[in-house]
Design a protein around this ligand. Structure first.
Ligand SMILES: C[S@@+](CC[C@H](N)C(=O)[O-])C[C@H]1O[C@@H](n2cnc3c(N)ncnc32)[C@H](O)[C@@H]1O
Length: 328
């Protein structure tokens, strides 16, 4: 499906390259031209609507977060005029969503506490900020709030606002802003003695709320496969799954620490191919491993360099290559 989609595209590109234009530039002009002429495009996003960018930033630091890679990623996103809705099914800190600011956005992740926090920020950010302001930070307070999840069914005992405040407060005051839970699902990162940690983030949370509403964000706890229920031709999907393991052994079947093993990576590649066949634009990032290259054989690959700060395993420190797979 990708690149030379039909003979007309091929003819235009051959002609263009004879006059010294890059085939990729021509391909992207042609895509925009086609998009603008399709019936589906009527009434959808126009660049004018998106000119006023909202100064909102990721409000949690997330393992595998793409904030540091945004500059390298920018050139790889499709032109905002050439797609309709945006989907980010492995949301985490949402660095790409914050950069694209696309109306309309579908945001999802399997982490229920994370998603609850986005939902509360969208619908009730003032009460959330008030609650956060009332927390008097201390080691005792940290341990008290961290211990909420030691009780079975704890989510039902607290309001959504209380749970969202807990999520942000712990994230901004814990060691390395790391989100980690044990096998019982209990948050177990120790506190870190930051000087004046800003766990309220009043201005940013207010702007994030503005952005979630402006982009009409639909925010759900769900697994990535559900993107197939909603994504249509001309939509753009960015996949940022938990990383494939770096060490490669023959017949590798074990799970990585996020329980997102190679069977899940394979399932994801099937979803990627289904969306491609549907006429969606799809982008995915992962470790640059032979397994991932094989899974996405036939698509366009770009390599970016990522810095790795959080990893207990020495092989994961320093610079790591990430592969970006694109179907456009
Ligand atoms: C690499 S992180 C995403 C980082 C994010 N792009 C950012 O910039 O912060 C991967 C995310 O996938 C989520 N996840 C794990 N398994 C999932 C699944 N089956 N479906 C959807 N999300 C999943 C995790 O909760 C985590 O937030």
């Amino acid at each position: 499906m990708y690149a030379y989609k039909n003979m007309t595209t091929f003819a235009i590109e051959s002609l263009a390259s004879r006059f010294g234009f890059s085939p990729w530039i021509i391909a992207s002009w042609w895509e925009i031209f086609q998009f603008k002429n399709e019936e589906e495009a009527a009434g959808f996003f126009s660049k004018k609507e998106n000119q006023e960018l909202i100064n909102a930033q990721p409000f949690v630091k997330w393992v595998g977060g793409k904030r540091q890679l945004i500059t390298q990623f920018k050139d790889l996103f499709p032109n905002p005029q050439s797609f309709n809705n945006y989907f980010e099914p492995f949301l985490g800190g949402g660095a790409v969503y914050f950069n694209l600011q696309k109306k309309k956005s579908y945001l999802s992740d399997m982490n229920a506490e994370l998603i609850n926090t986005y939902q509360v920020i969208k619908n009730d950010h003032k009460k959330l900020i008030k609650y956060l302001k009332n927390i008097e930070h201390s080691k005792e307070k940290y341990l008290e709030i961290r211990a909420w999840d030691r009780v079975t069914g704890w989510q039902e005992q607290y309001t959504d606002i209380e749970r969202a405040a807990r999520f942000i407060y712990l994230n901004r005051t814990c060691f390395n802003w790391l989100h980690r839970v044990n096998s019982r699902g209990e948050f177990n990162v120790p506190m870190w003695a930051y000087k004046n940690p800003d766990y309220v983030q009043e201005e940013n949370i207010t702007n994030v709320s503005k952005l979630l509403n402006a982009t009409e964000a639909e925010i759900q706890v769900e697994s990535f496969e559900h993107v197939l229920d909603k994504a249509e031709k001309w939509d753009f999907i960015y996949f940022d799954p938990p990383y494939d393991v770096l060490t490669d052994t023959a017949n590798f079947t074990s799970y990585n620490k996020d329980d997102f093993g190679r069977d899940m990576q394979t399932r994801l590649a099937e979803v990627f191919r289904t969306l491609d066949a549907r006429g969606c634009k799809v982008m995915l990032s992962n470790h640059n491993t032979p397994f991932i290259r094989e899974l996405y054989d036939g698509f366009r690959f770009e390599i970016v360099q990522a810095r790795r700060a959080i990893n207990s395993n020495a092989t994961g420190r320093g610079e790591v290559e990430e592969i970006v797979v694109l179907n456009y």
